[in-house]
Design a protein around this ligand. Structure first.
Ligand code: PMP
Ligand code: GLU
Length: 399
């Protein structure tokens, strides 16, 4: 048998995509599952965006495009950064990739050498660690907790750096998946200062930028100063804000020498983003019809509903998240002593899916035990039903 590479041996499938696939499979087999696992909007892509894609097909815009993206789209992205974030970029600072996931690994491939250290606040989005390992670099975690609203501090970062030999990158994700935490301007400024002092590249994943609630404001760390802009790569995309997960388009902006190398890497891996998607995304970024705000308001309503429902369950604790569409619920009190011997978040999620038909992602997938992640990209009706089932499942552990 052909021996696999060390990368292939070590990699595990994305747990979020895995849970989602399993839930969809069960639904297809006629089993009703409430899916809180997947992190994707349940809305349809807005009509004006779909119309632009149909037009691109009819216009036969169906060939390879420049690898880094078509000029009109890069210009729309330049305009977006100026308009929404006060950031001045040129088209040469922009790279369009097949999803923000691809943007992130393109950067890591462009900057990481073996054994370079990439700092990741924990809990973290599942793919960061796998991507770092795939680049032969090493993830280093900074733990956060509910007590500090799941945010790292500049002091923690400074302390972590003292123990490292090759610190290279800090991955910041605000609004955060899975915790919903949103960093303030002051918090970002303090973290940025430490990165500047230590020459750390900030990989700022801002894909949930548009999904903030209760007056919370999204700030891009790159916008705080020219110096910070120089050491930051801002990653964003259309999957979450425009309900376009399957279209596959992410983009990023940053220092030309990094962006250019990332583009060269992309030219050998995926060539370019689907030409039709690129045309559609110009409309997404330039011609808003109010659907993004309508979706945000609906997410906000669901968030209220879910926080209320979960907080009413005895022994379950959760914070009210300020952004994204996830809630990390602390279920540790159910994992210590129960008649079924369920002691881990993974075992709990398996049990709840098999016996109560509720799909959740185990906290351990995001680096923390004792938690499960809910995605509230689901209807209020399903949220109501799902929380009842979840509560019944937890109660069954105490009988
Ligand atoms: N970053 C975060 C934090 C995410 O949750 C996701 C969701 N898949 C991505 C990046 C990647 O998004 P996409 O590849 O769909 O643009
Ligand atoms: N980001 C989403 C999630 O965390 C989608 C799945 C994925 O890309 O991992 O559920």
């Amino acid at each position: 048998m052909i021996r696999l590479s060390h990368r292939a041996r070590d990699v595990k499938p994305s747990p979020t995509l895995e849970v989602s696939a399993l839930a969809k499979q069960m639904t297809k087999a006629g089993i009703e599952v409430i899916n809180f696992g997947v992190g994707e909007p349940d809305f349809n892509t807005p009509e004006i965006i779909k119309a632009a894609a149909k037009k691109a097909i009819d216009d036969n815009f169906t060939r390879y495009t420049p690898s880094a993206g078509i000029p009109e789209l890069k210009q729309a992205i330049v305009n977006k950064f100026k308009r929404d974030n006060g950031l001045d970029y040129k088209p040469e600072n922009i790279l369009v990739s097949p999803g923000a996931k691809a943007s992130l690994i393109n950067v890591l491939m462009a900057v990481c050498d073996p054994r370079d250290e990439v700092i990741i606040p924990s809990p973290y989005w599942v793919s960061y660690t796998s991507q770092v390992w795939l680049c032969d670099a090493h993830p280093v975690f900074i733990e956060t907790s509910a007590e500090n609203s799941f945010k790292i501090t500049a002091e923690q970062l400074e302390k972590t750096l003292m123990d490292l030999s090759n610190p290279k990158v800090l991955i910041l994700n605000s609004p955060n998946n899975p915790t919903g935490a949103v960093y303030t301007r002051e918090e970002l400024a303090a973290i940025g200062e430490v990165c500047l002092k230590n020459e750390i590249l900030i990989l700022s994943d801002e894909i949930y930028e548009r999904l903030v609630y209760d007056g919370a404001q999204h700030i891009s760390i790159a916008s705080l100063s020219e110096e910070l802009k120089e050491i930051t790569i801002v990653v964003n995309g259309v999957s979450k804000a425009f309900a376009m997960t399957g279209w596959r388009l992410g983009y990023m902006a940053g220092a030309k020498h990094i962006i250019q190398k990332a583009a060269e890497i992309q030219s050998h891996t995926t060539s370019c983003v689907n030409s039709i998607t690129q045309k559609a995304c110009i409309v997404a970024l330039e011609e808003e019809d109010g659907s993004v705000e309508r979706m945000r308001q609906e997410f906000s309503r669901r968030r209220e509903f879910m926080v209320e429902g979960l907080s009413a369950i005895e022994g379950v604790k959760c914070l009210k998240p300020e952004g994204a569409f996830y809630i990390m619920a602390d279920v540790s009190s159910y994992l210590t002593e129960n008649s079924l011997g369920i002691n881990t978040s993974q075992e709990l999620c398996k049990y709840l899916l098999q016996n109560y038909r509720v799909a959740l992602v185990a906290g351990i997938a995001f680096g923390v035990e004792g938690y499960v992640r809910f995605s509230y990209a689901n209807s209020v009706d399903n949220i109501r039903k799902g929380i009842e089932l979840f509560a019944a499942g937890l109660q069954s552990l105490r009988q």
